[in-house]
Structure formats: C-alpha cells, structure tokens
Design a protein around this ligand. Structure first.
Ligand code: GLN
Length: 254
C-alpha cells in the first residue's frame, strides 16, 4: 500500500511579478534572513560556538555561502517548523533553509530552489523493541511520535492512517525521541540523517521501511516570484554540488 509522497519535479513558473515579491521582504538591503527550526541536527542546531551566533549545521553553512555571494549578512530566525512556509509567504523571512522537503503542497505557497540533499523517513524504537519491524506494524495499536508539520507527520497520518489518538505531535524531534526512551511512545518517525544522529545519541534502534518511506528532496523555499534570490541560491547550490562542498559538509556534520 505504497502511496508516494508527491515530490516537486519542476520548479513552478517563476516569471511572476518580482516587484510584488520583493515588497515586504524580510531583509534590509544588507541582510538576508533565513528562517529555520534549529532542532534538526545535522542540518540546524544550536551549540555554544556556532557558525552564526549559536546556530550551526549543514543548512547554516549553505546559507552563509548564499549570503556571502550576495554581499549580505546572514540573520537567522529560529521558529517552529510549522510556521516556516507562512513566514516565507508573508516575507517575515527571505528563505526557509530547514532540511525542508520540496512537496507539491508546499510549492503552492512558495518557490523551491534546486534540490541539495536526498533523504527519507526512518523509524526509531527502543533497542529491545521487537514488535515494530516495518511501518505497517504501527497499525497494531502502537503509539507513534512525529514532529508537527513534517513530512513524517503527513505520512503517518495520511498515508498510513494511524489513528489520531495514537499519534503524538511535538515541535521538536528530540521531545518525541525522549518519549520513546522513557517508554511513553513505541516509535518515532523522523528524517533519516537526523533520525540516525538522534538514535546514536539516545541509544535507540533505527528501522527502515523503503516500501512506505519514499525518498524526499530537500530544497530552500523563497517567496513566490522572488527570482532574484532564487537564482542566487541556485547558483551557490550548483557550485557547491559541483566542487564537492555539499558532500564535504554532509561528511563533516555526520
Ligand atoms: N524534511 C522534513 C520536512 O520537510 C523535516 C524537515 C525539518 O524538520 N526541518 O517536513
């Protein structure tokens, strides 16, 4: 019963009133405002000495390059993941760089850059859990944690049809991971790179199920029609892909 996550195949027509798009933009002339949810290692997290203030991670490193290429100072707004699309839409932030999967639904509200990372969802369970070997096992009365508004949330809710009273939605992955550790939840569904990092830190087991969890492509979201910023982002991403910098970052932050 595999229902594919609808992925963004081509960028939507970008020739849309650039002037209107720039009105109400989150940046001043010399700043570029990145919105993110800094609870998603290795893409964005907080640490005592981050790349930008307390923020560090693959996305922060990429965003810095983008700001540099535009001669702007990067400013980071940390917010709930669920609020990022609206913040791009209203111009509160210039771009969402948040390990965000480019889905068709989101692309109705924002424009996405080219893809810079491919991931999928994984399941995290306690080391001694032997009841959950695939996502279908959730339907045997299991409790599942997800992060509100993540693609993992929509797969568990819509694709798998897990009952509402069995789903716990948190604003940060670590909160539901703690619940699995404490035995309050049977499983968590979260993005693969983050899931693997969290499993290692918290001594949990990773269960993969490619029959349900399709690949997801991460991209940067900008306000619809902001081709100037989108072009600058895509130029930096192309260069970083070509010279191996993205691979190096994935390795470095692994
Ligand atoms: N890739 C997932 C999504 O877009 C999770 C992203 C995140 O938590 N930052 O929904």
């Amino acid at each position: 019963m595999k229902k594919k996550l609808v992925k963004l195949v081509s960028l939507s027509a970008a020739a849309v009133m650039a002037a209107a798009a720039l009105a109400g933009c989150g940046s001043s002339d010399d700043t570029l405002v990145m919105g993110t949810n800094a609870a998603f290692p290795p893409f964005e997290y907080t640490t005592s000495e981050g790349l930008v203030d307390e923020f560090d991670g693959i996305d922060v490193a990429i965003a810095l390059k983008i700001a540099e290429s535009m001669d702007k100072t990067l400013v980071i707004e940390d917010m709930e993941f669920d609020g990022l699309i609206a913040s791009v839409k209203t111009g509160k932030i210039d771009m969402a760089v948040a390990g965000m999967t480019a889905t068709e639904e989101r692309a109705q509200s924002v424009d996405f850059s080219d893809t810079y990372f491919v991931a999928s969802q994984v399941i995290l369970v306690a080391q001694d859990n032997e009841d959950i070997l695939s996502a279908a096992d959730f339907l045997n009365d299991k409790t599942v944690g997800v992060v509100l508004g993540y693609t993992g949330d929509s797969i568990v809710t819509e694709t798998l049809g897990v009952a509402e009273d069995k789903i716990t939605r948190a604003n940060r992955a670590i909160d539901v991971v703690q619940d699995v550790k404490n035995g309050k939840l049977d499983a968590v569904v979260v993005d693969s790179a983050t899931g693997k990092a969290l499993a290692e830190k918290n001594d949990l087991k990773v269960v993969e199920d490619p029959s349900v969890f399709d690949t997801e492509e991460y991209a940067i979201a900008v306000q619809k029609g902001n081709t100037e910023l989108l072009d600058a982002i895509n130029a930096v991403l192309a260069e970083m892909k070509e010279n191996g910098e993205i691979d190096a970052l994935a390795e470095q932050y692994n």
